[in-house]
Design a protein around this ligand. Structure first.
Ligand code: PAF
Length: 284
């Protein structure tokens, strides 16, 4: 597995890969890798000849009071895991390599509308930061396919829309969420939780499953289900930020005739913010 730290080294290597007619798969990450990331590498390995993972904690997607400075990092174990998973290359640039010049005067890529709801309400700059770094990674690596986790469902829909809107010739693939035995979605931020909190945090998925079951058995009183879920989350010791039953494509509030739904939720446990979702196919 090769490690690249500069854009020049990465681009000249990938140019050769492309000349050899190989298919490139990109797995963008912020490091501190877990089985969820490794599942993305696995999926990429199945479809591509050269799998590149990027590790970059992107300052532009963190708000002023968020955990950019403390974001968990584990480079040695990340390389080991990626190598074991059969990843072919890792791109781990410095901030100055990705954002030469002043962070405040960067060109930003923003997907309007979709970025402003759900997580975008409490994190107004977040998705602009995500889209900016993802487009830079796309331009630098020009992969055939790029893999993202469905745990960040809103992020995935925004990236898919960005690719459509900007005519970027890359296929974006969503991969199902990996979970602990208790249902908690794997996330780098679970690292902040102790064992007791990991158990409390699992109530989020249970609550999503519960609401999904009610919808699947005919309950379409969505506002009532959302209010009920908020109370259940509070009782479990979580502080809900939102619990929204949405149309799975537009992420607008669901209407009773919608068949493809997703429930998106963000909660706080102490100082840790967790997100999760569940998809519902009423035709399936
Ligand atoms: O999902 C993440 O880890 C990040 O938002 C991403 C896509 C790597 C961009 O920094």
């Amino acid at each position: 597995m090769q490690l690249f730290e500069t854009r020049d080294d990465l681009q000249s290597h990938l140019a050769q890969i492309r000349r050899d007619g190989k298919k490139i798969g990109l797995v963008p990450t912020m490091g501190n890798l877990h089985q969820g990331h490794l599942a993305l590498v696995d999926a990429a390995k199945q479809e591509c000849d050269f799998v590149l993972s990027s590790i970059f904690v992107n300052p532009l997607q963190f708000g002023p009071n968020e955990d950019f400075e403390n974001y968990p990092k584990s480079p040695d174990s990340d390389y080991e895991k990626l190598e074991q998973q059969g990843c072919d290359g890792v791109f781990e640039p410095a901030v100055s390599e990705m954002y030469p010049g002043d962070l405040d005067s960067q060109t930003l890529v923003t997907v309007l509308g979709l970025s402003e709801r759900h997580c975008g309400v409490s994190r107004p700059m977040h998705f602009g930061g995500v889209c900016t770094i993802v487009s830079k990674l796309f331009n630098l690596t020009m992969p055939d396919l790029a893999f993202f986790g469905e745990k960040d469902f809103q992020q995935l829909q925004i990236i898919k829309k960005m690719v459509r809107d900007l005519c970027i010739p890359i296929k974006v693939i969503g991969i199902p969420t990996e979970r602990m035995d208790n249902g908690l979605a794997l996330s780098s931020r679970n690292f902040y939780l102790d064992n007791n909190q990991l158990e409390i945090a699992s109530s989020l998925y249970k609550c999503l499953q519960n609401a999904a079951e009610k919808i699947e058995t005919g309950n379409n009183n969505f506002f009532e289900l959302e209010d009920e879920a908020a109370l259940v989350l509070e009782d479990a010791g979580l502080r809900p930020e939102y619990f929204h039953i949405c149309h799975a494509g537009t992420l607008e509030p669901a209407s009773p005739s919608d068949q493809q739904l997703v429930i998106l939720s963000a909660v706080w446990l102490g100082r840790t913010r967790l997100i999760d979702n569940i998809q519902i196919d009423l035709n399936g």
